[in-house]
Design a protein around this ligand. Structure first.
Ligand code: 8P5
Length: 448
């Protein structure tokens, strides 16, 4: 057994998102989001589940904060629901919406926990979607207007700001693959959405700097480690395309102000071109204070003509799988963050999400012995330590998720929490993984 110790200032946290935990979907003036619409469209979400109640954190946030305090985290990442602040996306500020987040932020600070806020975690006001959503460049200004209200309302209280969560999901998963809201399946539309979200990110960073807001600002991309199954040039090219679809397409513009040309050409061949206006790339690549990375999995790919968007098929090489059928590939975390550090430089990195879904059984005495999830965390903590030892500027780790919650198109059947949510009673029960992480935080390390 080897002792794994983390740096004294390493930030341990957990993460959630508004639509996944809050519920209270029509309370205190909240307007509809695209996820209210999508989840109530038959066939889109497992079992017809929706976020009307979710974990009811809108009313139970004090319980959540108590769980965070007991866990011992330094920070808590959550998102603000744009439709609570601007029910129609723009116009009059809904003060009652702001009041909820004032209570959450003040509660966290009183508990000695740093609030880390995501401004956009997918719940776009439906009123903006009705005008084209992220395909319409006007939504960029609406996002900056919303961001400015939040910056000013919480300046000095919130010190870590994330503009977007997973622009890959907002664009390709939601507008090309059609699996998330609003459920489109058009490559050009998805390319437009990705671009406009990244411009919106850059414009919000500019506003943050102009206003002199305290703290640090960044964005979160979900990175996936994908490598060729063999040394053949075809496999290498196919895997590179598939990886770049997830990684470089977002990291290159964010850090270098360019799109990866080989993929621009590939998309052009598929009839999709990036709607770049003069100044966009400079806006997107505004200097950020940190990069958030969500990491879950990775895999191997090989060339297969006409397979998917990139003539690339994933090869099963025997990885253990989570209940999402995702590979458990902890080395992939080391590889992808080492690659990001080499490619994009010394910007501090936070793992803003990492975690696993398994079938959880609640015992008679309200325990969940989630051995596999504990193992998943332990394997990935070891890789975090390797990264730090290798000189990668990894500054913190947020476990996904504090609570079992609304898992998007999977509804409530897929549980990622370190705390079990009983959806009938809305009671919360810490799982064994919660106590494992509590111990790791207390000792800032563990016996590997
Ligand atoms: N098909 N398919 N595609 C693979 C999708 C991988 C990317 N999904 C994520 O990273 C989401 C991220 C999200 O922030 C959170 O809100 C989700 O609850 C977690 C768990 O799902 C993860």
């Amino acid at each position: 057994m080897a002792r794994i110790d983390f740096p004294k200032d390493f930030v341990w946290g957990t993460a959630t998102a508004s639509y996944q935990i809050e519920g209270a979907w029509q309370e205190d003036g909240r307007g509809p989001s695209i996820w209210d619409t999508f989840s109530k469209t038959p066939g889109k979400v497992f079992n017809g589940d929706n976020g009307d109640v979710a974990c009811d954190s809108y009313h139970r946030y004090e319980e959540d904060i108590a769980l965070l305090k007991k866990l011992g985290v330094k920070a808590y990442r959550f998102s603000i629901a744009w439709p609570r602040i601007f029910p129609q996306g723009t116009g009059e500020v809904n003060e009652k919406g702001l009041d909820y987040y004032r209570k959450v932020v003040d509660g966290l600070i009183a508990a000695g926990i740093e609030p880390c806020v995501t401004l956009y975690h997918w719940d776009l006001p439906q009123a903006l979607q009705d005008k084209g959503g992220w395909d319409n460049r006007d939504t960029i200004d609406a996002f900056v207007n919303y961001s400015e209200v939040i910056f000013k309302a919480f300046n000095g209280k919130i010190k870590q700001w994330i503009t977007f969560n997973e622009t890959w999901c907002v664009s390709f998963l939601s507008n090309y693959l059609g699996l998330h809201a609003p459920g489109n399946t058009d490559l050009q539309l998805a390319v437009n959405v990705a671009h406009h979200c990244m411009v919106a990110h850059g414009e919000a960073v500019k506003k943050f700097r102009e206003l002199g807001i305290e703290g640090e600002i960044g964005t979160t991309h979900n990175l996936y480690w994908f490598e060729p199954y063999s040394t053949s040039p075809e496999d290498a090219a196919a895997a590179r395309r598939n990886r770049a679809f997830n990684n470089e397409w977002f990291m290159e513009p964010t850090f270098k102000g360019t799109y990866p040309q080989f993929l621009v050409d590939w998309f052009k061949g598929k009839g999709a071109e990036v709607p770049i206006l003069p100044g966009d790339m400079e806006t997107i690549s505004q200097k950020i204070d940190f990069i958030g990375v969500n990491f879950y999995s990775g895999g191997f790919g090989r060339y297969k003509k006409d397979e998917g968007l990139f003539d690339c098929e994933e090869v099963q090489v025997g990885f253990d799988k989570t209940y999402m059928d995702w590979n458990v590939y902890a080395d992939g975390l080391y590889k992808v963050l080492s690659w990001a550090h080499e490619e994009y430089g010394d910007t501090p990195i936070y793992i803003t999400e990492n975690g696993a879904c398994y079938e959880d059984v609640l015992t008679e005495d309200n325990r969940v012995h989630d051995v596999l999830r504990k193992e998943y965390f332990k394997k990935h903590f070891i890789q975090c330590h390797r990264l730090i030892e290798s000189g990668v500027p990894l500054k913190g780790y947020f476990a996904w998720s504090l609570l079992d919650n609304f898992e998007w198109a999977e509804g409530y059947r897929k549980r990622f929490g370190i705390v079990y949510t009983n959806y009938e009673t809305l009671e919360r029960y810490p799982k064994d993984s919660y106590y494992f992480i509590q111990d790791v935080i207390k000792n800032n390390g563990f016996e590997a």
